[in-house]
Structure formats: C-alpha cells, structure tokens
Design a protein around this ligand. Structure first.
Ligand SMILES: *Cc1c(COP(=O)(O)O)cnc(C)c1O
Length: 376
C-alpha cells in the first residue's frame, strides 16, 4: 500500500499528462513562456485572487512574501511551533526572529490566545518589532483566519497564510490561499496538488506586492531581465511543471478533492469513539493533506505503527520535533515549556495513508487494524 499513491494518479491521467509534457518539450519554451501564464491564471482563478506568481517551491514562496514586506533583522515573525520546518526557516533566512506560538490541540492550527500572549511578551521585551504572523493550514485544514485577523489588526501585523498543505480547503465559500495579505502554496509531489518535482506559488490581491514578488523571483528584475533593480533569487517554476499542474488542477477540481473528503469522512465514521480523530470545525472544509490521529502516548503510537507496518500499511509522524526544539533554532535559547501542546502532539500523532485513489478495501483494512489494536 502507498501512503500517497501518485502512481495510480499518473495512470489515470496518463494520456492527458503525457501530451501536456511532450507539448512543452516540443515547444522548446522550457523556462517561463505561455504555459506559466496559463497556469498562474488557472490557479488565481481557482482560489479567487487577483495575482498568482509561480515559483520554485513552497519555501521560496514564503521567502518571496517576506522579501516583499522587507522583513529584516530586528523584526519578530510569529509562527506555529507545530509545522514543517520551512514555515519557520524562512524567517531566519531573512535575518528576522521567529517567535514560536503554540497550536490548538483539536485543529493542530495556531492558538490565537497564545499568539496574543507571545505578541505581548515580545512587545514587553522591547528588542523586536512585531511585523508578521504566519498561520499554517496544517494537514489541509485552514487556520482560524477570522480570529488570526482580529489579533493581527490589533497589533498591525501582516498575515501570511502558509497554504502549502491547505490548497483546496475552505472557510465558508472562501478558499485557502486567499486568507493572507499574501498566501503561499507548495506543489511538492505529496501536497494536495503536486507537480513532478519542486514548485510553489504566491497569491495576493495587492498589486504592489505582486510586482515586488514578480521581480524578486527573477533576480530582482526591473524593466527587463538584464535590468536588475534589487537583489533577488532564481525561483521560477519550470514550464513542464506548469503544464503538469494544469492537468492536475483539473482532476483536483473535477473529483480528487471530493474523493479525498469521502475517504476522510469514512475514516472518521469508522474510527470515532475508538481514537481521537481530526476535528474539522463547523463551516470549515479540509483538503486532507494528512489524516492524523492522536494516541495516548509515544509507546501506544509505536505499537500501532508496528501493527500497521506488519500488514504493509505505511504511516508517518508529522511532526516528531516541534520548531522550538529544533537544533537549528537552539541559538534562540528558548525556555523549555513555551509550547506544551506542540510538545504533546509531537509524541502522540500518527498520520494514516490518505489520497483520492485509496480504495474502500484498503480503507477498511486500515480501520480494522487500528480498531483491533486499540481495543486490545
Ligand atoms: C511542504 C511545506 C512547505 C515547503 O514547501 P516546499 O515546496 O517543500 O518548499 C512549507 N510549509 C509547510 C507547512 C509545508 O508543509
């Protein structure tokens, strides 16, 4: 069994996908060109933003946003401790200081009460200027952006939505990647919409920031490629990846997002009452980048992981080390108990295989093993 079955997906899309790839090869427009514009327009149209700029990864997308806002040494950027490393890494890459915020134990997303506490502490400390809050749509579920926005407005912070896992999620009718002042996503193969390599994008309605990010992602270009007006990056999406993404987005819109939600609903139906299943608050819709259970402790988790593995069922631990405990951030000298929920989740979470092509027989087998193990 596959954790995320990209091979089956390819076989389903094969004819259309092969043609899309070969068309780019034959066109010889490998970098930039018409496929990039087409892809950017399709993605902006889908989420509902004025601008989409494709770039080389979800990490670069976050970095481009921080560059557009000139985030720099002396600035504080608030970010959940329970996330993938890149969400926090980009802050340090800009020379700014990450301030780790705890998460909600039910949604895995940023705890807004703790966000406010950490902002107040930072202001009291008197050394850093609060500038940005990065809210992550962890495992596919949008963060509580209404609450995030309220705190951000109170303290005059920009909101950066890290939608690397959130693409396709919604709050009401509003789609993920529209909730930030700038929002980002990743097209890494295992994300809700992935390409066949690295890729990412930024989304915004703001013309000025869009123009800055357009420039930063191509060597700080000015009026043309050889007029360089700022220090930028080489972070273009390949045209082949854009062509792949156009095919993938269509399948995602037509059935994949609905199908992955069916798998999640079925898991929850069979597992609720047996184990703590993921919570999707009223009015929220997840794109299920992960389906993550919470167990009693590390030992019980290891036992379940072994029981599943014995039947060739892969699982993953997202994430075993919260940001405030990462060696790379040891220079911040953080106190030990700053994000207790993140610590607890790191020891108790386990993610089951989930993707739109997971058949009911495999779903049932997985649920049976989980139930049998936990009822023992
Ligand atoms: C995957 C991921 C990223 C980084 O995306 P890449 O395309 O791998 O650079 C950033 N944030 C989160 C939450 C992610 O899951």
């Amino acid at each position: 069994m596959q954790f995320r079955d990209l091979k089956t997906q390819y076989n389903v899309l094969k004819d259309e996908m092969d043609k899309a790839i070969l068309d780019v090869v034959a066109s010889s427009a490998y970098v930039m060109g018409p496929k990039i514009k087409e892809m950017e327009m399709a993605f902006a149209d889908y989420v509902g933003t004025k601008h989409c700029i494709a770039c080389n990864s979800g990490t670069d997308a976050l970095l481009l946003a921080l560059k557009a806002w000139d985030v720099k040494p002396g600035d504080a950027v608030f970010v959940p401790s329970f996330t993938f490393f890149a969400s926090a890494e980009v802050i340090a890459m800009q020379g700014a200081t990450p301030v780790f915020v705890d998460v909600d134990k039910d949604t895995f997303n940023i705890d807004v009460a703790d966000l406010e506490r950490k902002i107040e502490q930072t202001l009291k400390g008197g050394k850093l200027t609060p500038r940005v809050v990065i809210a992550v749509d962890l495992f596919g579920l949008p963060a509580d952006f209404k609450a995030v926005r309220k705190v951000a407005d109170k303290y005059h912070l920009y909101v950066l939505e890290d939608g690397a896992q959130g693409f396709g999620g919604r709050i009401g009718d509003k789609k993920a990647c529209t909730f930030g002042d700038i929002s980002t996503t990743s097209f890494f193969p295992a994300k809700p919409v992935g390409c066949y390599g690295d890729g990412g994008a930024v989304f915004t309605d703001n013309d000025e920031w869009a123009a800055l990010m357009e420039s930063y992602h191509i060597h700080g270009k000015g009026s043309d490629r050889y007029d360089n007006v700022r220090i930028g990056m080489n972070s273009r999406l390949d045209s082949i990846q854009a062509a792949i993404l156009i095919v993938k987005l269509k399948a995602f819109k037509d059935y994949e997002l609905v199908d992955v939600n069916k798998v999640a609903a079925r898991y929850t139906e069979k597992l609720k009452g047996v184990v703590k299943t993921p919570v999707v608050p009223e009015g929220f819709y997840s794109s299920w980048a992960q389906y993550t259970l919470q167990l009693k402790d590390k030992e019980q988790r290891a036992g379940l992981q072994a029981a599943l593995k014995a039947l060739d069922i892969p699982t993953a631990i997202y994430y075993p080390i919260p940001m405030h405990r990462q060696t790379a951030f040891s220079y911040l000298n953080l106190d030990d108990n700053r994000c207790p929920v993140s610590d607890q989740l790191a020891d108790t979470v386990i993610s089951l295989p989930i993707h739109p092509y997971l058949n009911e027989k495999d779903q049932d087998l997985i649920c049976q093993v989980v139930c049998d193990f936990l009822k023992k």
